[in-house]
Design a protein around this ligand. Structure first.
Ligand code: APR
Length: 177
């Protein structure tokens, strides 16, 4: 049984641009079309180059909470895991479950591909409007729960672009240690 303290020790928080991360996979907060967009989706497509869109075209889209994996192309990361998070409406339309599934299905793909490091953005906290504090709690508890249940240790870096998310994640994870 993996010790919780050891698991929490594998969680890292960093402020910056996820496209620069040198990890096995970075996660993209996508939309169901997988055809790119603004925010982190736009940044990842710009950094990865046009071959990413070519591969995404072959995937036939992805439902909210599901995840798909592609190569990383021009990125330092070997893979990109694309997952559309939930569009936040009122907090009582199943958003929490869908957000949890985005993290869970991304971790499942990481396990399937035997990845040892992954970087997540704060999924759904931009255009999709998910309240940052709640989203952080769903993200961290889902990732920790998966590693504990599957007894699968990996390094997980939460890469936050904005100051507010960085502070929220830093405080939350420090509180766990
Ligand atoms: N690196 C890391 N995080 C980033 C970056 C970046 N380069 N750019 C933006 N972010 C952060 C935002 O600050 C926000 O905290 O990613 C988080 C998610 O915001 P969005 O990118 O707006 O994604 P989301 O809220 O999940 O909305 C998805 O937006 O871009 C479109 O195509 C996308 O339709 C989809 C929707």
């Amino acid at each position: 049984m993996i010790d919780s303290k050891e698991l929490i020790g594998r969680l890292f928080v960093q402020q910056g641009d996820i496209t620069q991360m040198e990890v096995d996979a970075i996660v993209n907060a996508a939309n169901p079309s997988l055809m790119g967009g603004g925010g982190v989706d736009g940044a990842i497509h710009r950094a990865a180059g046009p071959k990413l869109l070519e591969e995404c075209r072959t995937l036939g889209g992805c439902a909210h909470g599901e995840a798909r994996i592609t190569k990383g192309y021009r990125l330092k990361a070997k893979y990109i895991i694309h997952t559309p998070g939930p569009v936040y409406k009122n907090g009582t339309s199943g958003e929490r479950e869908v957000l949890g599934n985005s993290y869970l299905n991304s971790m499942r793909l990481a396990l399937e591909y035997k990845l040892t490091s992954i970087a997540f953005p704060a999924i759904s906290t931009g255009v999709y409007g998910y309240p940052r504090g709640e989203a952080c709690e769903v993200a961290v508890t889902t990732v920790l729960g998966f590693m504990k249940e599957m007894e699968y240790m990996m390094s997980v870096v939460f890469v936050l672009f904005d100051n507010e998310n960085f502070r929220i994640y830093s405080d939350f994870i420090t509180g766990l240690k």
